[in-house]
Unconditional design. Structure first.
Length: 381
C-alpha cells in the first residue's frame, strides 16, 4: 500500500525513544538479579517488529519472545546473535525451521518435548529450548503432574537442551488476585525438579508484582509499548504510539438533526462537526462511537478534548468541535486520535477492549513515522 504522507489521511508515529525508555525502566526494576527480555509478538504489538526489536537490541535487550516462527525470523534478521523464543511452541514437523533460523521453541507439551528430543539426538551441542509449565492459566504447557514426573524421572533426557523453564501468570494485572501467589508457589515447587535451569514467570504486570516474580528472566510486552500494566493504578509507562488524523471537512448541523450512520446521535443544539480521515478500518473500533443513549470516546484538537459524534465509519469519524475556536479546527487540521492526551488504555476502554487489542489492530493505512525523540513531526507532509 502507498504510504507516503501525500497519499494518507492519518499518521501513526512510533516513538522508539520511549519504547526503549520503557524497556530500560523495566530492566532497572528487574536488575540486578533478573534479566529483562522483550516480547515482540504480533509485530511488536503493532509497532513494527523489525525496527522495534532492533531498537530494543541497541538499548540492551538480548532475549526476545514472539508467538510464531515468521515473527522470530523477522527478529533474527535484525538481531543476529539474540536469543529468540517462540511462545506458540514447536509447530508440528517444523523443527528444521527453528534450527535454520536459530529459534528456540517454548515446548508446551510432552509431545513437543519428544519431537525436540528426537531432533536433537546425536548432536554434539543441543539446540536450546524452553519448557512451559501450566501453573493455573489452563492454556498451554505441561500439567503439574507431567512436569513433576519429567523432572524427577527423565530430567537427563531434557537437560542437554533445556535453557529455560517458564510459566505464565493468568491474573497479574489484578495484584491482589489469589491466583498470583498460588501460581508462584506452584512454579517454585516445579523449579525444584529442574535444578540449575533458569526460570521465567513475569509478564509486564508480573514485573510490578515484586521481586519474587522476576526469577531469572522477565518477559514484559505491553508495558514496553506504553500500555498500563496494572489498569487500576496510574500508568508508569510512556505512550509509544500516537495517531494524528486529518480533518477533511467541517460543517454545521442544525439542532434535532441526526449525525452519521443510522442517525444514532441527534444534535441537541446547533453543532459544529469536524470529519476526520480515519475509521474502524484503521483499528478505531466502532464501539468507541456515541449515540443518544451513550457517550463515546474523546479525541484532542487545538488544546481541547472533543467527543466522537455518532458512529465510527470505516474511513471517517465525526467529532463535535462546537466548543473549539473556529480557527483551530479547519480542513487540513490534524486531530490527535491517540497519544499523550488520548491515552491508549482510555480509548481501548471506550471500545470495550484493552490496549493490547487496540495496538495490535491499528491497520496498515497510516503514514507511519518512527521518531527517535529528536523530531516531533506534526505535519503530514
Ligand atoms: C504475551 C505474553 C507475554 C507478555 O505479556 P504482557 O502482558 O504483554 O506483558 C509474556 N508471556 C507470554 C507467555 C505471553 O503470551
Amino acid at each position: 500500500m502507498l504510504s507516503a504522507p501525500a497519499f494518507c489521511g492519518a499518521k501513526l508515529t512510533i516513538h522508539l525513544d520511549r519504547v526503549c525508555a520503557n524497556w530500560r525502566k523495566l530492566a532497572d526494576m528487574t536488575a540486578p538479579k533478573a534479566r529483562c527480555a522483550a516480547v515482540v509478538k504480533a509485530d511488536a504489538y503493532g509497532t513494527g517488529a523489525a525496527i522495534t526489536a532492533k531498537a530494543l537490541y541497541d538499548a540492551g535487550a538480548r532475549t526476545f519472545f514472539t508467538a510464531i516462527p515468521s515473527e522470530g525470523i523477522t527478529v533474527r534478521e535484525v538481531c543476529p546473535d539474540a536469543e529468540i523464543y517462540i511462545l506458540g511452541g514447536l509447530f508440528h514437523g517444523r523443527a528444521g525451521t527453528y534450527e535454520l533460523h536459530g529459534l528456540r521453541p517454548v515446548l508446551n507439551s510432552l509431545e513437543e518435548i519428544e519431537e525436540w528430543r528426537l531432533f536433537n539426538l546425536g548432536r554434539e551441542t543441543a539446540l536450546p529450548a524452553a519448557i512451559h509449565i501450566d501453573t493455573g492459566m489452563n492454556r498451554l504447557g505441561l500439567t503439574l503432574d507431567e512436569a513433576e514426573e519429567l523432572g524427577t524421572k527423565r530430567f537427563e533426557d531434557v537437560k542437554p537442551f533445556l535453557s529455560l523453564l517458564m510459566t505464565h501468570l493468568s491474573c497479574a494485572d489484578e495484584p491482589t488476585h489469589p491466583l498470583n501467589a498460588l501460581q508462584l508457589e506452584r512454579f517454585k515447587k516445579m523449579r525444584g525438579f529442574f535444578p540449575g535451569v533458569p526460570a521465567s514467570m513475569a509478564n509486564s504486570a508480573g514485573v510490578f508484582l515484586g521481586e519474587e516474580y522476576h526469577m531469572d528472566i522477565a518477559r514484559p510486552g505491553i508495558a514496553v509499548y506504553g500500555g498500563n500494566p496494572i489498569p487500576e493504578r496510574e500508568n508508569p509507562m510512556q505512550a509509544v504510539a500516537s495517531i494524528h488524523a486529518e480533518v477533511v471537512q467541517v460543517r454545521w448541523v442544525e439542532e434535532g438533526h441526526g449525525i452519521g450512520y443510522s442517525a444514532s446521535l441527534t444534535a441537541t443544539k446547533r453543532s459544529r462537526i469536524a470529519v476526520i480521515s480515519a475509521g474502524y478500518a484503521d483499528g478505531l473500533h466502532r464501539l468507541a462511537g456515541s449515540s443518544d443513549e451513550k457517550d463515546g470516546a474523546h479525541f484532542f484538537v487545538g488544546g481541547h478534548f472533543v467527543p466522537l459524534a455518532g458512529r465510527v465509519s470505516m474511513d471517517l469519524i465525526a467529532l463535535d468541535v462546537t466548543h473549539v475556536p473556529e480557527d483551530l479546527v479547519r480542513r487540513g487540521t490534524l486531530v490527535e486520535v491517540l497519544g499523550d492526551n488520548v491515552l491508549v488504555d482510555d480509548l481501548a476502554k471506550h471500545a470495550h477492549t484493552i490496549s493490547y487489542e487496540l495496538l495490535t489492530g491499528l491497520g496498515r493505512r497510516y503514514h507511519r513515522v518512527y521518531s527517535d525523540g529528536s523530531n516531533q513531526p506534526e505535519a503530514m507532509a
